[in-house]
Design a protein around this ligand. Structure first.
Ligand SMILES: *[C@@H]1O[C@H](CO)[C@@H](O)[C@H](O)[C@H]1NC(C)=O
Ligand SMILES: *[C@@H]1O[C@H](CO)[C@@H](O)[C@H](O)[C@H]1NC(C)=O
Length: 287
């Protein structure tokens, strides 16, 4: 009899010890599973902000870095991909974001082959400001880059746009969406407006939560507007001391592009935008 008691006490002890000295619950418990939802695009649309905002939700666990599985790392296989995922408890959603998927021809087919139930999120933004923002970012890494106009136009006086330049090509949303619609129904793709994400982050996040089948827990109490920056920020950033804000990082300012070039690009994108609005059934008002 004393032996049994001793055994029980010891088991209880080790149980409590494990509890006290173990890492945070989710780091130890739960399983790694392939993502239920992926933010697939677009570059410079506000994908980082959407991921940081949605992961405040207790039922969302996300990979912080871009995995590039469905474009560059597909050869590594699904087990490798799964190993990158965070541990999730039952009922939690697993997510990742890699904005280049949206313009990768093979990505829709590959994601559908993993699971045709994967929910897809695309953060879109006026393709002209997106292109300028994209160019500005490249310029900080490559200071001797030719001018925006030189890259954007084959012949500017003819208004001939170079659609092979990535910064231009990415903004042809209707074209890319066509590839996705061959593998996924439209209802399985949610579009976030990069513009409304700035003016009404809580509203946009509300719709993202609805789409993911989550309770609306991320609300306007989680955001404040930084007037100096001119962008919304998170009140309680997860695992970060510095505030998480949308908008220009590291004080980057957009390069000034002459009005004429901007108008020419607006004319160029207009029919593509209209087609995109018709496809998704929403007018993003980029004119
Ligand atoms: C651009 O087009 C104009 C008008 O057609 C022509 O005169 C000019 O030579 C072209 N420039 C280049 C670089 O092809
Ligand atoms: C607001 O943004 C400015 C400029 O980026 C920054 O210096 C300041 O600390 C921010 N304030 C708050 C409350 O986040």
């Amino acid at each position: 009899m004393p032996n049994v008691l001793h055994f029980i006490l010891r088991s209880l002890c080790s149980f409590f010890y494990r509890f006290i000295f173990s890492p945070p619950v989710t780091a130890k418990f739960g399983n790694k599973k392939l993502p239920n939802a992926i933010i697939v695009g677009v570059k410079k649309g506000g994908t980082r902000a959407v991921l940081e905002f949605i992961r405040i939700h207790p039922d969302v666990r996300a990979v912080g870095t871009e995995t590039h599985f469905f474009d560059r790392n597909h050869d590594r296989g699904l087990d490798w991909y799964r190993s990158l995922m965070p541990r999730t408890l039952e009922g939690q959603i697993s997510m990742e974001k890699t904005p280049s998927y949206f313009v990768t021809a093979d990505a829709p087919r590959r994601i559908a082959a993993m699971s045709r139930h994967t929910k897809l999120i695309v953060v879109v933004r006026d393709p002209v400001t997106r292109a300028i923002s994209d160019y500005t970012q490249t310029l900080t890494k490559t200071p001797d880059l030719p001018s925006f106009q030189e890259l954007a136009f084959l012949n500017q006086s003819q208004g001939l746009v170079d659609v092979s330049w990535n910064a231009i090509r990415i903004g042809l949303y209707a074209l890319h969406l066509e590839c996705w619609l061959r593998h996924f129904p439209l209802e399985q793709i949610h579009f976030v407006s990069g513009e409304r994400l700035i003016t009404d982050p809580a509203g946009e996040l509300g719709r993202v939560q609805d789409f993911l089948g989550l309770k609306r827990i991320v609300t306007d109490k989680h955001f404040y507007f930084n007037r100096t920056k001119g962008f919304p920020c998170l009140k309680k950033p997860e695992s970060s001391v510095s505030p998480r804000c949308l908008g220009k990082s590291k004080g980057r300012t957009h390069v000034q592009i002459d009005r004429e070039a901007v108008e020419q690009l607006r004319d160029f994108y207009r029919p593509h935008n209209v087609r995109f609005y018709e496809m998704v059934g929403f007018d993003f008002r980029w004119d």
